[in-house]
Design a protein around this ligand. Structure first.
Ligand SMILES: [Zn+2]
Length: 82
């Protein structure tokens, strides 16, 4: 078996991964959750890299939204931003 992401032979554990990750917006969408075309075989290293990277991106998105809301609030109050 080869990893669908890095192409290396998998000698240890492999993980069946959803290409489009399951989240609160699509967990009931069977065309994503149960679709075999949305599955890939990954080595543990690639799975962890993909999962960790998506969590970082999600956190950055949330942080940027929070900073924008703080900026709007300060602007609304007539205070200088930061
Ligand atoms: Zn891999």
């Amino acid at each position: 078996m080869r990893c669908d992401m890095c192409g290396r032979l998998i000698h240890g554990k492999s993980i069946v991964d959803h290409i489009i990750e399951i989240d609160e917006t699509n967990y009931q969408d069977e065309s994503i959750t149960l679709n075999e075309d949305n599955l890939q075989l990954l080595c543990l290293e690639c799975h962890n890299t993909k999962t960790f990277q998506s969590k970082i991106n999600l956190n950055l998105d949330n942080r940027n939204i929070n900073l924008f809301l703080i900026f709007l609030f300060l602007n609304f109050c007539g205070l200088p931003p930061f």
